[in-house]
Design a protein around this ligand. Structure first.
Ligand code: MSP
Length: 525
């Protein structure tokens, strides 16, 4: 079922720390979210898509210091790199938020005051373990000692002992409310494996402790000042999570965009930051009496050639290099096709070349090129008029115009882009088999009417493929649809329907291949 036409859809990515430059992991999350946003727009929804950068906190402050640059100047440089990554990857966000913007200070401080008015914030002293890399607090039980005697978190980062005066948020009092939330909204955390992790963490007796939500100036001053106490800045996660409501207009809850778009339909994040989103964030919102987001979707991590990306291993891939090597739409396609829903995935050069060539160059691209060239050469460069349709023709048309959308809608709505793409490519494969069996090139002399019918059916199937695959390969599908003379206002998913089928007689230009074949053996060495 299509969503209600024009109904709102608000989707966000995590906002990236600006202590480093964008890498493949950030690119994957941006593309994943972009594909969902584009899909929803094409399926008729009014989409608001937010992304941005997380600029405060100890991690950024320390890296800036190492580089001898003031934190804001350092953040400016790397935030620009993330904005550039979004351009390079053709990300269709509606807003890019930086947590150093005045609008975000206003929202974060207003939220803090709400939590305070509710009586959920109190001043105490934090004594415990803190991981700067994760900007997160850990209990001793969660840590292990490595051979150098350092305390290591479950995510492999080092934790250090911290003692400082700090404001606390009464997270412990939200335990039952959170468990109730997970139980009443079984889809709040997706996929289910992640939900189970969170439910078991929160259910543990004493599992949910009050959390420190400020840092003392003596230790850290790079943050949003705590309202009414200049000695403290807000804990970076409280600041960062607030970005999702800053963008639509908080603290002005009456603002049109806030009323329209909040609550978010999806927060798309990586599996490493699920606790912050599925525990802290709903608790803060409950405390402030703000509606909760509908779903937190946690994707997996991408490894490179089987190993975790890391500077020391030297396998960190930059989005720029990937686009240069494989092509933009090619890399978008590969990531969406190859990484299974919610699971970790692997990036390897061989897999990328193999998949891109098989599905795009030899699959969809070749099908389009073969069909359009024959129309150009043998049909006077006009879409031919079909004669009577056989069962095979009807079957193929039905698969492309109707059945494919039914599957894609179900799968794409659940972030199962790999499954949706499988369905799309299987229609291209069916059309390939059809062209081989029908052999329209042989019909030119024997049966022109049948040749016309076959080529028309194929062109129509390619129109449907071009429309449906737009969220994943926006530039290439636009080139394809341009060649098919499908106008810009006839590319929404409703236009897959038979009544919008190609008009015979439209004149086409000499076709140009849309998906070149990659030949990158030398790079694999
Ligand atoms: N600043 C926080 C998020 C705050 S959201 C209110 C943060 N930043 S991050 O730069 O470390 O990560 C940004 C996103 O990229 C996170 O969702 C994270 O999970 C994701 N990824 C980082 N490395 C990744 C991979 N190797 N693979 C896939 N996604 C990864 O966390």
């Amino acid at each position: 079922m299509a969503a209600k036409p024009g109904s709102k859809f608000y989707i966000t990515t995590a906002i990236a720390y600006v202590n480093g430059l964008p890498h493949l992991g950030h690119a994957y999350e941006a593309i994943l979210t972009d594909v969902m946003a584009r899909f929803q727009r094409l399926d008729g929804r009014d989409v608001m898509f937010l992304t941005g950068t997380d600029e405060h906190g100890e991690k950024v402050a320390k890296t800036a210091e190492k580089n001898n640059v003031a934190p804001k100047a350092f953040a400016d440089i790397n935030a620009a790199a993330f904005e550039q990554m979004d351009k390079t990857l053709n990300i269709s966000h509606d807003d890019f938020i930086r947590t150093t913007e005045p609008r975000h200070y206003a929202a974060s401080q207003a939220l803090w005051k709400k939590l305070q008015e509710r009586g959920d914030i109190y001043l105490g002293k934090y004594e415990g373990w803190y991981s700067v890399r994760e900007e997160g607090y850990f209990t001793e039980a969660e840590l292990t000692k490595n051979d150098k005697g350092q305390m290591i978190t479950p995510n492999g980062t080092e934790a250090e002992w911290v003692e400082e005066p700090s404001y606390f948020f009464k997270l412990s009092t939200y335990r039952d409310k959170l468990l109730d939330l997970y139980q009443k909204n079984p889809d709040f955390i997706q996929p289910a494996t992640r939900k189970n992790e969170i439910v078991s963490f929160v259910s543990q007796e004493g599992g949910l402790k009050d959390i420190s939500v400020s840092r003392h100036k003596k230790r850290l001053s790079w943050g949003i000042p705590v309202p009414g106490d200049e000695d403290h800045v807000m804990y970076v996660w409280l600041d960062a999570l607030t970005n999702y409501i800053t963008s639509p207009g908080y603290p002005d809850e009456k603002k049109d965009t806030f009323k329209k778009y909040w609550p978010a339909d999806y927060h798309v994040i990586g599996k490493d930051i699920i606790r912050f989103h599925a525990i802290y964030w709903p608790a803060f919102l409950m405390s402030a009496d703000i509606e909760l987001p509908k779903t937190i979707f946690a994707h997996g991590f991408i490894n490179v050639q089987g190993a975790k990306m890391s500077k020391s291993v030297g396998n960190v891939l930059s989005p720029d290099d990937l686009v240069r090597t494989y092509g933009l739409d090619q890399i978008r396609y590969f990531l969406m096709r190859e990484i299974p829903h919610g699971e970790d995935g692997n990036f390897s050069h061989e897999q990328a070349v193999q998949r891109i060539n098989a599905d795009l160059a030899n699959g969809l691209g070749n099908l389009a090129q073969r069909t359009l060239s024959q129309i150009y050469k043998n049909c006077d460069s006009k879409f031919p008029k079909p004669g009577a349709l056989t069962d095979e023709d009807k079957h193929l048309l039905d698969a492309a115009q109707t059945k494919m959308l039914e599957v894609v809608r179900v799968e794409f709505n659940k972030f199962k882009f790999n499954k949706g793409l499988e369905a799309i490519i299987s229609v291209a494969a069916k059309a390939d088999a059809y062209i081989d069996v029908q052999a329209p090139w042989k019909l030119k002399k024997e049966n022109v009417e049948r040749m016309n019918t076959v080529l028309y059916v194929l062109a129509e199937v390619i129109r449907c493929l071009g429309i449906i695959i737009q969220p994943v390969v926006p530039d290439s599908s636009a080139k394809l649809l341009d060649q098919l003379k499908v106008s810009a206002d006839e590319r929404a998913y409703t236009h897959l329907a038979p009544k919008y089928a190609l008009k015979p007689g439209a004149v086409i230009d000499q076709p140009i291949g849309v998906f070149p074949r990659l030949n990158l053996e030398e790079e694999a060495a």
